[in-house]
Design a protein around this ligand. Structure first.
Ligand SMILES: C[S@@+](CC[C@H](N)C(=O)[O-])C[C@H]1O[C@@H](n2cnc3c(N)ncnc32)[C@H](O)[C@@H]1O
Length: 254
């Protein structure tokens, strides 16, 4: 009975994630919905900025604190280990749903690209970001990242095995293709309003910090990660050893 419940819970959390993922495509691309990221403003600028920063902070804190191994060790005293990742995915999705629901557009167009070519290129960048993001999850292990593998193994009565350190295809070019996908999604837009710029700046800063934390854990878990880190750039292909890579790495490159 408990096994079936954990599996159903895993599937439900995945369904919430998937719906949130689809909504995010519409929200960040200003498609189909009214209250998208660059919609018309409804409040004063100061109030809107404060609310938006608060919403981004809720997501950033939830997403990074709950991903740390020490936090996982603590809260698996209360949450079944097999449901831990699904719960993380569920709470991340809920933090995003809160952001989508309460987001305050600010207006003030920072840039507006009207030419067909420019728009086409920016939409291509936006679509490539989503494709890169999804592809990267499958290269690591999509169903493990989103908790389904854990609940499925538990349902089948099999022990969980950690996913191995892997560097397939895209991971030979940059260490963080999934985050490159996010950066394309955040920045490739024909209309950049002040709220969108705030979102893009804060999420970019968050990704640069998240890389430091994630890599600290990866080096502890996989000793070979240190030499991988020396060989492969973090975000921008073919820039190993250049200043921009050193910034994302947070270390002086030799
Ligand atoms: C949201 S994914 C992002 C992966 C990577 N930072 C990227 O941008 O493609 C984060 C999870 O991937 C894992 N991870 C990152 N690089 C990995 C690799 N090369 N092999 C296996 N797992 C990896 C991390 O331990 C973490 O649990």
């Amino acid at each position: 009975m408990k096994r079936t419940l954990v599996l159903l819970y895993g599937v439900a959390c995945y369904a919430v994630f998937f719906a949130t993922f689809l909504y995010a495509i519409a929200f960040l691309g200003n498609f189909l919905i009214d209250n998208a990221i660059d919609a018309a403003p409804g409040r004063g600028v100061g109030q809107a900025i404060a609310i938006d920063i608060g919403l981004l902070a809720v997501f950033a804190l939830q997403h990074s604190i709950m991903a740390r191994p020490a936090f996982k060790r603590w809260w698996t005293q209360f949450v079944p280990v097999a449901a831990e990742r699904s719960t993380y995915v569920l709470l991340s999705s809920l933090a995003l749903i809160l952001l989508f629901a309460l987001w305050q557009p600010i207006g003030a167009v920072i840039w507006q690209v009207d030419s067909a070519l420019g728009k086409g290129l920016l939409y291509a960048g936006y679509a490539s970001g989503w494709i890169l993001l999804l592809t990267s999850t499958f290269l690591i292990n999509h169903f493990d990242l989103f908790g389904l593998r854990q609940s499925w193994l538990y349902f089948r009565g099999r022990p969980y095995t950690d996913i191995a350190f892997r560097t397939p295809s895209l991971y030979k070019v940059v260490r963080h293709p999934l985050y490159v996908g996010w950066l394309l999604i955040f920045w490739c837009t024909p209309t950049m309003t002040a709220a969108h710029l705030l979102f893009a700046l804060m999420t970019t800063a968050y990704i640069l910090i998240a890389i430091q934390l994630e890599e600290r854990d990866l080096i502890r878990a996989f000793p070979e990660y240190a030499s991988y880190r020396r060989r492969v750039p973090a975000l921008i292909p073919f820039t190993k050893g250049r200043r921009v890579t050193g910034l994302a790495d947070g270390v002086k490159q030799s």
